[in-house]
Design a protein around this ligand. Structure first.
Ligand code: TPP
Length: 569
């Protein structure tokens, strides 16, 4: 939209975000926000549409909210933070977003650059202390693009460029700095005021390469699809299910970041690739940065390995030597539809397909039997076993419930049948994702239930008070389940992995792994008007979960503090 001459750039900024479909700005403000706050109040009652600005009292929560929101809404949110220091607090979430290909427009104020001469010139000592030589340099390695809005530039063009780059494949966050004087100066009108869909259309996969992949797969005896997030879009989720079913291609969701194939799909072989890799003669890796850990298991030497992704070389990852014979650049839906067509053309051996259907059915029955056996022992264990926690969550949740997990509940034990019902396994491992992501998910789909399962460590990393505060202030009731093993079990396990017979393994108390005495986590939610409970015995778990979910259904955020064993992934 063309700006009227009276508008300041801050108004143009917010207006352009709305023009491009941005509904929310998760914001943590400071002195740099004066023009933004002025713009918001000037706009009250006007016809000019602005995004809703949500006050989020910690930047890591704001980033996680934008992350969870995108993963459920399929469109980006903006985050705005206070200069260098706010950026510093946002970086952990930024790393998670970049490694999860999540587009976010992260904007930060820039401390006033002038000492005198402008209404927005420096008037606090921090305005010297918060200046950086290269503010964008703080985040450059973890964004696709960073830029500073300059005097004399149309904000619209800069916003457009930021959003279009973030939303083009491979997607990811971008960073924009907004100096206070520029935000407070009259807006410069854009040359054109057209609004187009966000981002560029992705390229079609090479048909020749798809045919080659199809010929490998058509000749295979035991092909295996390995993916972490091929099912991110609904279309790709459906297409993967159809392809796997038609050609009896088993699927393993290694390090699943999304749910990519329904738990009850006949080709679903669970969440661990290692047991099936040695047997596979063709491995099709779709959207998985770490399809296997080479130190633990790799496909056989003669296996043909195909990688399909918008960025199959994972170019922003410094070292990665995962086996590959064929690399295809494509967004999963386009690749999967082309592959289905090419496989039909390749006239795959029907008998091999039907044989495989039987082999996979047996392997699935084996996995199910193991799961049932585990549950038989787990259901009565004290402290509570993660398999029992998962079983109880399965019991209370609906098919449409969104489960966010951050070291909370093992995805392999969950019943997940629908697209978009799981968020987890951050590849950057920046703890503090789960709580904010749950708020963002709820904001994107207010009619759906959101259950966020977190370790006790992850709960503390998630900034619980800002989380519960926003949950109440924005009316976003979620159910938080803390898998409380009173420790940083992952750190303990890492020590045992490296030094299985070391002195730390034999120590009565392993340093730097315990979180004792544990706080009464269930009371934290109560300080923000929520319902909190604690359970220690397995028999109490299901009724407590039901009570908590009833509270959530009535609009009250709830938290269940569950005393659990170590952790079983
Ligand atoms: C920001 C950040 N700091 C530290 C770590 C290292 N770290 C990985 S797992 C973990 C423990 C998490 O504890 P909890 O959520 O209780 O899960 P548990 O390991 O006990 O199952 C820590 C500290 C990290 N991944 N991210």
């Amino acid at each position: 939209m063309t700006e009227s001459p009276q508008q300041i750039s801050a108004e143009a900024y917010l207006g352009r975000l709305a023009d491009r479909g941005i509904e929310y700005v998760f914001a943590n403000a400071g002195t740099d926000f004066a023009p933004i706050i002025e713009a918001l109040t000037r706009n009250t009652g006007s016809a000019r549409k602005f995004p809703r600005v949500v006050t989020v009292p910690h930047e890591n929560v704001a980033m996680a909210m934008a992350h969870g929101y995108y993963r459920v809404a399929g469109k980006p949110a903006a985050v705005m933070v206070h200069v260098t220091v706010g950026t510093a607090n946002a970086i952990n979430g930024l790393m998670n977003a970049t490694r999860d290909n999540v587009p976010i427009l992260l904007a930060a104020g820039r401390t006033p650059l002038t000492e005198t001469g402008h209404i927005a010139s420096r008037n606090r000592s921090i305005h010297w202390g918060q200046e950086a030589f290269d503010q964008g340099g703080m985040v450059r390695e973890f964004v696709k693009w960073d830029y500073e809005l300059r005097a004399g530039q149309p904000v619209d063009a800069v916003v457009d460029r930021a959003l279009d780059i973030a939303m083009s494949e491979p997607r990811g966050p971008v960073y924009l700095t907004l100096p206070r004087e520029v935000l407070a100066s009259p807006a410069i009108a854009a040359r054109r005021d057209n609004v187009r869909p966000l981002g560029s259309a992705p390229p079609a996969p090479s048909w020749r390469a798809i045919e080659e992949a199809a010929s490998f797969l058509a000749q295979a005896e035991f092909p295996l699809i390995v993916t972490s997030s091929a099912g991110r879009s609904r279309a790709a989720f459906d297409e993967l299910a159809a392809l796997a079913e038609e050609f009896a291609l088993p699927v393993v969701q290694n390090e699943a970041r999304d749910i990519n194939l329904a738990s009850n799909h006949p080709m679903n072989l669970g969440f661990a690739a290692a047991p099936f890799l040695p047997k596979a003669d063709v491995v099709l890796v779709i959207d998985s940065i770490v399809p296997w850990i080479p130190r633990a298991a790799t496909p056989g030497r003669n296996a043909k390995i195909i990688h399909i992704s918008a960025d199959p070389l994972a170019q922003r990852y410094p070292f990665r030597d995962i086996e590959a014979d064929l690399l295809i650049t494509a967004e999963p839906y386009a690749a999967l539809t082309s592959l289905r067509k090419a496989l039909r053309d390749a006239k795959a051996n029907g008998r091999a397909i039907e044989n495989r259907r039987k082999v996979v059915a047996v392997a699935r029955e084996d996995l199910e039997a193991k799961r049932r056996k585990l549950l038989d022992t787990a259901r009565n264990a004290t402290p509570i076993h993660s398999a029992w926690l998962a079983a109880c969550i399965n019991e209370v949740k609906s098919e449409d419930t969104i489960v966010v997990s951050e070291l909370g509940v093992p995805v392999g034990q969950l019943d997940l049948t629908r697209h978009g019902t799981f968020l987890g396994n951050m590849l950057a491992g920046g703890l503090g994702f789960g709580l904010g992501a749950a708020l963002g998910a709820k904001l994107a789909a207010p009619q759906r239930e959101v259950i966020v399962a977190v370790g006790d460590g992850s709960y503390m990393f998630g900034n619980p008070l800002p989380y519960h505060y926003v949950g109440r202030a924005e009316n976003l009731p979620t159910l938080t389940v803390i898998a409380n093993n009173h420790s940083w079990h992952a750190v303990r396990q890492a020590t045992l992995d490296v030094y299985p017979d070391g002195t730390a393994a034999k120590a009565n108390v392993m340093p730097l792994t315990e979180l004792k005495p544990a706080p009464d986590y269930e009371k934290v939610v109560e300080t923000c008007g929520g319902h909190g409970e604690k359970v220690e015995h397995p028999g109490e778990l299901l009724p407590a979960l039901k009570r908590c979910l009833d509270a959530v259904r009535a609009g009250t955020p709830a938290l269940l503090n569950v005393s659990t064993q170590g952790r079983h992934s």
